[in-house]
Design a protein around this ligand. Sequence first.
Ligand code: 5RP
Length: 274
Amino acid sequence: MSATPTAAPTGAPSVDMVEGAKKKAAYRAIAEHFNSQTQQFVGIGSGSTIIYGVEAIKEQMEKNPPPNDRYIFFVPTGFQSRKVIEQAGLMPMAFDSLPENVMLDVAFDGADEVDDELNCIKGGGACLFQEKLVATRAKKFVCIADYRKNQARLLNSWKYIPIEVAPISHATVMRQLKLLGSINPVLREHTLAKTGPVQTDQGFYIIDAPFKTLLSEEDIVNGKDGSGKDGVWDVATLAHKIKSITGVLEVGLFFGKTGTEIQAEGGQGGQKPV
Ligand code: 5RP
C-alpha cells in the first residue's frame, strides 16, 4: 500500500473544511487516474464527493479534449449519478448497454468508511447494488474518501452496514441479521417526509445493520477469530454470510477483489490490486 498521509484537522470540522477536503481528494483522484486521451469507458459513483470528481473530469476534458472528438462514455451507478453526468454535459451510457466484452477503464466512487486494507462500507446513499456492479466491471476502482472516512477497521466510526433487500423479504432478512449478531437492524425510512421506506433505484429497500467493529484480513492472519463468535466478524466472512441470506440483493461491504484504490485527503491513500 502506498500512503500519502497529510494531517487531519483537529476539532469538529466546519462545513467548509469538509467540502474542501472532499473537493481536494476528488481533484487529486481525477488528476491521477482519469485520462481523457486514453480512457473510453468510465464508471461514475453516487454521493456528494463524486460531484467534485465529475467537475474535475469536465475541467480536464475541456483543457484536454479526447483525440478526434471521440466520445468518452460515463456509466452511472443510479439516477443521481446519471443526472450529475448529464448536468456536466458528459455522455452517459447505461450499464446494460455496455458491450459484453468491454471492461470499464476505471470507476470512481465515494465511500462511507475505509479501513487500513482499503475495504469499504458503501450504501449511505442507497446505491450499493449498482455501485458494486460498476466497480466490479472496472479494471481499476478508485474510491475517493476524505480524512473523515479513514479508520483502522470498518465500523469504527460509521455505525452500520447498508444492505439492499427485496421488499417482501425485509422482515425475514432482519431476523437473520439479528441471528448473525446485528444489534438492532433498522429498515431505512425517509426522515423528513413520512413517506415510508427508502426505495432504491431497483425498487428495493435498505436495511441498516449495526455490527461490532469488523476484523481485517491481517487480524485473521494474526490468529483473531472472525467467525461471528460473540458477534465479532471479519469483513469477508460477514459479507459472504449476509449475501447468502435469501432476499438480499447486495451488501455494502466492498473488499478484496473489488480492487480498491483510495484517494484520501488528510488521511491515508493506497492501492490494492485486483
Ligand atoms: C452511496 C454511497 C456513497 O458513495 C457514499 O455514501 C459516500 O457519499 P458522500 O460522498 O456523500 O459522503 O455509497 O450509496
